[in-house]
Design a protein around this ligand. Sequence first.
Ligand SMILES: *[C@@H]1O[C@H](CO)[C@@H](O)[C@H](O)[C@H]1NC(C)=O
Ligand SMILES: *[C@@H]1O[C@H](CO)[C@@H](O)[C@H](O)[C@H]1NC(C)=O
Ligand SMILES: *[C@@H]1O[C@H](CO)[C@@H](O)[C@H](O)[C@H]1NC(C)=O
Ligand SMILES: *[C@@H]1O[C@H](CO)[C@@H](O)[C@H](O)[C@H]1NC(C)=O
Ligand SMILES: *[C@@H]1O[C@H](CO)[C@@H](O)[C@H](O)[C@H]1NC(C)=O
Ligand SMILES: *[C@@H]1O[C@H](CO)[C@@H](O)[C@H](O)[C@H]1NC(C)=O
Length: 624
Amino acid sequence: MKNKTNLGLSVFLFFFCLATVTSDLEADRRALIALRDGVHGRPLLWNLTAPPCTWGGVQCNSGRVTALRLPGVGLSGPLPVAIGNLTQLETLSFRFNALTGPIPPDFANLTLLRYLYLQGNAFSGEIPSFLFTLPNVIRINLAQNKFSGRIPDNVNSATRLATLYLQDNQLTGPIPEIKIPLQQFNVSSNQLNGSIPDPLSGMPKAVFEGNSLCGKPLDACPVTGNGTESTGKGKSDKLSAGAIAGIVIACFFGLLLLLLLLFCCCRKKKKDQNVQSRNIEAGPIPTSSAAVAKESEAPHTVANGAPPPPSENGGSKNPAVSKDLTFFVKSFGNFDLDGLLKASAEVLGKGTFGSSYKASFEHGLVVAVKRLRDVVVPEKEFREKLQVLGSISHVNLVTLIAYYFSRDEKLVVFEYMSRGSLSALLHGNKGSGRSPLNWETRAGIALGAARAISYLHSRDATTSHGNIKSSNVLLSETYEAKVSDYCLAPMISPTSTPNRIDGYRAPEVTDARKISQKADVYSFGVLLLELLTGKSPTHQQLHEEGVDLPRWVASVTEQQSPSDVFDPELTRYQTEGNENMIRLLKIGISCTAQYPDSRPTMPEVTRLIEEVSPSAGSPGPLSD
Ligand SMILES: *[C@@H]1O[C@H](CO)[C@@H](O)[C@H](O)[C@H]1NC(C)=O
Ligand SMILES: *[C@@H]1O[C@H](CO)[C@@H](O)[C@H](O)[C@H]1NC(C)=O
Ligand SMILES: *[C@@H]1O[C@H](CO)[C@@H](O)[C@H](O)[C@H]1NC(C)=O
Ligand SMILES: *[C@@H]1O[C@H](CO)[C@@H](O)[C@H](O)[C@H]1NC(C)=O
Ligand SMILES: *[C@@H]1O[C@H](CO)[C@@H](O)[C@H](O)[C@H]1NC(C)=O
Ligand SMILES: *[C@@H]1O[C@H](CO)[C@@H](O)[C@H](O)[C@H]1NC(C)=O
């Protein structure tokens, strides 16, 4: 009896749910038709007898409209009140049309909206503050419109916001105190005035230009002695002579104290016979390769030519964590900082984050050491971040063994990969008898690297690799991909990283420390194209006058057959798998889509590569 009623209830619920789903799609359909009928300009050619999910620019998920993309389709006039009824909408793009009028008030109902692209229209009126209370919004692009009035004060309510583009409008007033960590921001070419809030002072100058703004990173704000204070923060308090005198005196004593502290520190350091720290601190970074090379000639001589340290020194016995290496994996063998510095070393290469060395110990252990350059985070944060990295483990990630932090030296110790990097293998000296990489090996490398990055992305939405390129894909003895240099980017000063010349960086990236997962996907796409074409993304750009690898591939595949782009070494002996090569090429092309939203996610990419890769079943060894 009871079972029967339960069954009845379930059946009822099932049909009830079905009914609500279809009626919601019906509501979506009505809203889209209201939009089509209400907007001017070139008509939207939607086949009303077909389901709305098949209409141009409309994308559905689970039977509801989740994305509406109508870029550059010639729409004009104001938007009708209709879109607010698309309650499952996550992406809305009307960029580069000729739409006018205000943002309709019903946008406030788009609670699932993540991406809003309205740039390149003639929208006017004030920027509605409800945009920033949409709980999921990640990107807002209102650039190149006619918005006026002030930037709403509640920008900080959008806690997930990463991109705010407001350039080329007619906005006035000050920039509000924005505290959320924006990755992309631009307010240039408006009529803003006042001072730039402190949290934004690290942005490039260009994003503020074309306004009457002042303060870091632009010129300092004029200090007016009289009551007419000109900062946007509304601090109109003037400094009395007494206060000024107070500040001067405080500064003087502060300086004195600082000098005293410094003096004490130096003396203490001199007393402290900590040999290792002296060794490494002595060598300035540019000469480090020379210093280490010297070490390799005479393993027992200290790098800077100082007498060798006494055989038993305090360093390794010191219980303080900061004085020696912090280990994550002990199974790689026992060594300490002193031993590491005395091991014979060989320069492996100069990377974006610093130089790498191969360190070989006398008892046969070999590790790779990276000397990080321009670390910008304080010690505590560095240690926390490294602790997280040390907990990451995946067959396709190079294992982090240990690290060392001191004021002048930051080292990370990785497992050593005997086959070197994919970059060296692809672009190395072809005459030196290296065996060509066949399709199976290349597909296996692509899959391994994809799995590693996918794994990093799965940790949480903010974790990204940050520096994907072929020189950071190392290969094990069996040509298994091992990705290195992961998640270091946020700790390194962006001035030390070359801007976009590396050919892997996504077009939207402005700060090398903040690489999104979608930017990782772009870099990975370039890597795939490199793997298939055998062309280095860096070289290509130089040779083809500013054309990067994705654009070169696109232009060749449009004009000729796709197989014309493949590395001749790959196609010469290959009769099978050509179809899968083209599929992998297409995956690479989709990853390098210009707009981040058009790129697939890393798990999707991995799944697609599994379909084309001959070795997908086993993540294990590939035939040599
Ligand atoms: C939007 O939804 C409301 C309430 O369900 C309805 O009254 C209105 O007609 C809908 N508007 C459009 C344009 O579909
Ligand atoms: C519109 O869609 C219907 C149903 O899918 C189809 O039969 C019809 O041919 C389409 N009309 C046009 C003009 O494409
Ligand atoms: C948002 O949706 C609710 C419920 O459907 C409706 O009552 C309200 O009018 C909508 N708000 C706007 C601004 O359209
Ligand atoms: C900001 O916008 C201006 C004007 O469109 C543009 O020239 C500049 O390159 C942009 N800067 C960034 C970092 O997006
Ligand atoms: C500040 O005061 C001085 C003298 O009191 C005056 O000459 C000057 O014009 C004032 N500046 C402003 C910006 O009011
Ligand atoms: C900014 O401009 C407005 C309007 O032009 C003006 O009223 C206001 O005083 C200016 N604020 C500052 C800090 O210069």
